[in-house]
Design a protein. Structure first.
Length: 377
């Protein structure tokens, strides 16, 4: 700060600041809250200004969020919102495998399955978490350190910007695991990538590569993360060296198959993951954001969030009610199947068995659910 401005601050700023937070800054299990010094466009630390890094910390379960973590995220976004010296929020997770794969399926299967009134309360917290991201007083950057799936994709899309390492996949899981992607995805995806591709993602649950997600518009920037022989290379599992196939169809960003895929997997094995370019890209974006008038920036992102907010606010209460009741049958079955299955038995039910039973008018009995579990005879 220049000496004249500094002197004015000393003479005029209040001696004691009022705390606008609802809760003390707390550390919640599974959520890290870290203030990191902000940097300017030259990469120099700007004294007295920070960016908050909010990180999901449950890497063994692919940074899926438990109920406690949802509470932690609400508080963390509130704290970052109120912190005068914080410029931007970086929303990320621990490790290089997953940003987040959504709700914790173990908790869903072992506590919420068959318990709609409890899940309804959980969904109040979930909705508050998404609203806390969309209502954050600071710009929110989702730093995608690894796959962003299910509810992970939903909370990621609630952020203002997405910067991803290019090995990350983006997708939904709901209809395969007994849910519908109505925790934000059905609101945000059509706005962000158009109705047709939103339909593909939200119903078929086939993930997009980071390269495709970038092309479609779910993320603003991707960076390489795999280093082979000391050099960064593009995700070797995905087509990145050509745009069209021989029939003129776009193949850039599609997953490789056959021999190409096998060769890509070999390269993956030889390489190591290095997220330094991701951190550089995120820091650069933060630096661009502090190089603006604060209130004009805030007004701009508040206006630009409105299409997402409108869709979210229109649907969130109905979605909550539907999801709660769905815990009685399809979610109860699908999340149990994921939780109780394994690589050998599979983690999904035989969907056609269920459809055939329902076509005969079979009611949802506990015995029906048991008969659908992976490995059931
Ligand atoms: C496709 C996957 C994301 C990745 O598959 P893969 O790479 O084969 O890894 P896995 O072996 O499956 O997983 C590695 C270990 O992590 C555990 N894991 C992964 N995801 C979760 C999770 N969400 N909760 C708890 N644990 C998780 C997994 O069990 C493995 O551990 P283990 O000890 O068993 O070896 C795949 O993992 C996957 O599909 N995951 C589940 C995705 C999912 O269904 N998420 C919930 C979606 S629903 C949701 O999020 C909702 C949000 C709010 C609104 C309502 C709603 O439904």
């Amino acid at each position: 700060m220049n000496p004249t401005t500094q002197k004015l601050v000393e003479q005029n700023a209040p001696a004691q600041l009022v705390d606008h937070n609802l809760v003390p800054e707390t550390v919640c299990p599974g959520v890290l809250y870290e203030k990191r010094p902000a940097r300017n466009l030259k990469g120099e630390v700007v004294p007295g200004l920070y960016n908050v890094w909010i990180s999901l910390d449950n890497p063994k379960q692919y940074n899926s969020y438990t109920t406690d973590m949802v509470k932690g995220l609400i508080l963390a976004f509130r704290a970052a919102s109120c912190a005068r010296d914080v410029a931007s929020v970086v929303f990320t997770a621990v490790g290089d495998k997953a940003f987040c794969t959504g709700g914790n399926t173990k908790e869903y299967a072992e506590y919420y399955a068959g318990n709609p009134q409890e899940y309804r309360q959980y969904m109040r917290l979930f909705n508050d978490m998404v609203s806390a991201i969309l209502g954050c007083d600071k710009p929110v950057i989702c730093r995608v350190n690894g796959m962003r799936i299910g509810g992970g994709q939903e909370i990621g899309m609630a952020a203002d910007f997405t910067v991803a390492q290019d090995l990350a996949n983006f997708g939904q899981a709901g209809p395969k695991h007994g849910s519908a992607a109505i925790g934000g995805a059905t609101d945000f995806l059509p706005l962000m990538i158009g109705c047709e591709q939103a339909m593909v993602s939200g119903t078929l649950c086939e993930p997009f590569s980071a390269h495709k997600a970038n092309r479609l518009g779910i993320c603003m920037q991707i960076v390489p993360a795999l280093k082979v022989d000391g050099k960064f290379i593009a995700n070797p599992l995905v087509v990145t060296d050509r745009y069209l196939d021989e029939f003129g169809r776009i193949i850039h960003g599609e997953f490789k198959t056959g021999d190409e895929l096998a060769a890509g997997k070999e390269l993956m094995k030889r390489g190591e993951i290095d997220l330094s370019l991701l951190d550089e890209a995120v820091e650069k974006l933060c630096a661009k954001l502090i190089s603006t008038f604060p209130e004009c920036l805030t007004k701009s992102f508040e206006e630009l969030r409105k299409p997402k907010l409108d869709a979210w606010n229109r649907n969130k209460e109905n979605s909550r009610a539907w999801l709660a009741l769905n815990m009685m049958n399809e979610a109860r079955t699908g999340f149990r199947a994921f939780n109780e299955g394994n690589k050998e038995t599979g983690r999904e039910i035989e969907f056609t068995d269920l459809r055939q039973a329902l076509a005969k008018g079979m009611p949802w009995t506990p015995e029906l659910i048991e008969s659908l579990m992976p490995g059931a005879k």
